[in-house]
Design a protein around this ligand. Sequence first.
Ligand SMILES: NC(=O)N[C@@H](CC(=O)O)C(=O)O
Length: 434
Amino acid sequence: MSETATPRRTLIKGAKILGGRPQDVLVENGTIAEIGSGLPAAGATVIEADGRILLPGLVDLHTHLREPGREDSETVLTGTRAAAAGGYTAVHAMANTFPVADTAGVVEQVWRLGRESGYCDVQPIGAVTVGLGGKQLAELGAMHDSAAGVTVFSDDGKCVDDAVIMRRALEYVKAFDGVIAQHAQEPRLTEGAQMNEGTVSAELGLTGWPAVAEESIIARDILLAAHVGSRLHICHLSTAGSVELVRWAKSKGWRVTAEVTPHHLLLTDELVRSYDPVYKVNPPLRTETDVLALREALADGTIDIVATDHAPHPHEDKDCEWGAAAMGMIGLETALSVVQHTMVDTGLMDWAKVADRMAYAPAAIGRLAGHGRPVAVGEPANLTLVDPAYRSLVDPAGFVSRSRNTPYKGRELPGRVTHTFLRGRATVTDGNLT
Ligand SMILES: NC(=O)N[C@@H](CC(=O)O)C(=O)O
């Protein structure tokens, strides 16, 4: 991205900022220079928005980029391209790589690869414990002080199940306003678990994953965070009971935030009847009651953000029998469409709330500078232009992620990201990566 002597100008004409009335937005040298009507197009690349929705560039707090170690499923480059295609300008990269991102060296490597990709900013997440082993705290301070400036720590994929380790981690990051993002899964209650514990698991004879395995850890960690006065973020909430616990923590004024994935806003465990491992995910797909509670909680702010938990896997790890398949589904390229479908088209949220749950709030939780900023003069031009009227059947062949494990194949979803701008530079134009 070289700066040139002549100013780089883009004029986005007639865009509905956060769904408001159509306006022109002039972007100059990476910054929003002017907002108004009838702005002059001289010397600018003009984009006719035709009433499409202009949002702040989306920010994901939970992406698995797989590099280093599992470049067969995703790399920082392919993952950031998928992110840009989905309207994201920044992603937080989870630590469950090989080697694990538990040292300053590894997080700096991921951070550097992100800078080189040019499609999307990458903010590494550091592991809480060495090797995600749950026994010994990783070098949290060194990762924070490194060039990567890590503020979010998570053993995601594994739960920090030892209460003393969790307490120490919360205490440690408090010194630099960090946050522990917990993957809430009580290990003993989920040994061999294959899907949500309930009617469907009983009928199918698959080992169940009870809601209480998630909720018991959340309850414990809320109390620990309150005791320590530190910041706790709860990854991928999946049950109605988890929502109640977070609501209670917030009513107490405790520093607890939570995320929900697009797939937990739409899909239920009924899909497991197909035995298609594309629906195998951690935490598992739950029931209709849970889905409706999660939607309501996202709308009323009990759940702060949507996070993709984009979990790419190569086909040999997914196209096999249910029991042997890896858990996880990709999500970066479909997240906004699923949110439009489940939250906007249902009348539960407007586009301003989408901007909050998918850009402002995730950037705030991650303390990420330059992202999740209002669409306003003087702000960095990290922007996403969406056509909400577009309808299409999801076709994984068109995806830019290296993996294809989407649960939405063949499903009709609304909306399409037509343009993404990273500091004023188009990473996506007319729906195609640039
Ligand atoms: N969400 C998933 O189903 N999978 C995640 C890790 C995890 O949370 O198990 C992955 O890294 O594949």
